[in-house]
Design a protein around this ligand. Structure first.
Ligand SMILES: [Zn+2]
Length: 333
């Protein structure tokens, strides 16, 4: 099972203030929300604060396309006051569990809720997905899910409605500021090099929102292996357009990427590996990419640097991430 961010923070605060379970003090546990991915768990925690106990099913490095629930995961589903998942088939192996538990528990498919009403719309999928499920890659599109999520959280924690709505406003402001910042960073990359080459098609929304040409080596699901032809085609593209860097996604076997680098070299094209970017899972706790916003900042910084763009400080509303971004640049990690 994953971490319990909301609850853990609340307990730490209570201990610092010397608050105990004394007479007259209610220590009723906050309602537990089960989130499938880290991106969803972080979004729920951002709104829920101390009012919600968040459990995340899939930790760093876990591939949601392939994830199967264990017996203890199924028990967590049954104990949750609300289950928030992505939808659009991302959690393909959980379909049965979600359907079964959904008959008795409230559920929210956050990506589907985010794209129910415009202005930004979902994209048609590839590789057996009718809709591309990777909506969190477009900050403004993901922001469209904040209001429906706040509504569901308010239903299970009505005493916290005002606080949840305040935090929803903050998250909305942050995601919109982030959207603008990413736009400007990607625009700073010289046009011919504005190509994001990665081993997995998790970045199509990112490409559409931020105007960068996204080329994948294989299909949308990580369950397929890249073929020799895929690798040769990618190497040809690198040589033709002079693309300086290719990206490794943390949930992908790096051997595929290494094979492309070698195939490009055979065509006398030098391409470097542009560092890890996060597609389907957040980074380890304590790293810049351990939150949804941090993950998008991390990815954008990696892409901008490797492809020859220019970095700029984050807007004031994203100040909590600036220190981590600066530390990352100094350490190169
Ligand atoms: Zn994916």
């Amino acid at each position: 099972m994953g971490f319990q961010r909301g609850r853990a923070v609340w307990l730490a605060a209570a201990m610092m203030l010397g608050i105990g379970a004394g007479p007259g003090l209610s220590m009723a546990a906050p309602p537990m929300v089960l989130a499938t991915t880290g991106m969803i768990g972080d979004t729920v925690a951002s709104l829920g604060g101390e009012c919600i106990d968040v459990e995340v099913l899939m930790g760093p490095g876990v591939d949601p396309h392939l994830f199967q629930a264990s017996a203890s995961d199924v028990r967590a589903f049954q104990q949750a006051a609300l289950i928030v998942f992505n939808g659009y088939g991302l959690e393909g192996q959980l379909d049965n569990v979600l359907t079964r538990v959904g008959e008795r528990r409230p559920t929210l498919a956050l990506a589907e809720a985010a794209s129910a009403e415009g202005p930004r719309e979902p994209m048609r999928g590839t590789g057996g997905y009718s809709v591309d499920p990777h909506l969190w890659m477009d900050a403004a599109l993901w922001a469209q899910g904040v209001t429906p999520l706040a509504g569901m959280l308010t239903d299970i924690a009505p005493g916290c409605a005002a606080a949840i709505n305040d935090r929803a406003d903050t998250l909305n402001r942050r995601l919109r500021a982030l959207d603008q910042w990413i736009q400007a960073r990607i625009a700073s990359i010289p046009e011919p090099q504005r190509v994001l080459l990665t081993a997995h098609d998790a970045f199509r929304y990112y490409g559409r929102a931020y105007d960068i040409d996204v080329q994948g080596i294989q299909g949308i699901s990580t369950s397929a292996e890249a073929s020799v032809a895929d690798i040769q085609d990618t190497a040809a593209l690198i040589a033709e357009r002079g693309i300086p860097a290719i990206f490794v996604e943390t949930t992908i076997n790096p051997r595929t990427v290494q094979a492309v680098v070698e195939a490009a070299r055979e065509r006398s094209a030098e391409v470097s590996i542009g560092g890890s970017i996060h597609g389907d899972a957040l980074g380890e706790p304590g790293t810049l990419a351990d939150s949804l916003i941090g993950m998008l900042i991390h990815n954008t910084a990696e892409i901008t640097r490797a492809l020859g763009g220019t970095m700029a400080p984050l807007p004031a509303v994203l100040a909590p991430w600036q220190e981590s971004l600066d530390a990352r640049r100094v350490s190169g990690g």
